[in-house]
Design a protein. Structure first.
Length: 55
């Protein structure tokens, strides 16, 4: 399982990573990959989630 991290100025980004695998000779092999960073600077924080993070 891949571990990823989206970074940027002030950490206001959400990352998406799409991976496509195929089986080659009985083993999983990465076939395609694509990644996108979403700027969430102007997305308001969910109060319930923020409370969990802040504690």
């Amino acid at each position: 399982m891949p571990i990823t991290q989206a970074i940027g100025d002030e950490e206001h980004y959400l990352g998406r990573l799409d991976l496509t695998f195929k089986v080659v000779a009985g083993k999983l092999t990465l076939d395609e990959s694509d990644g996108i960073l979403y700027d969430v600077t102007n997305v308001p924080a969910d109060p319930e989630i923020k409370a969990i993070i802040d504690n």
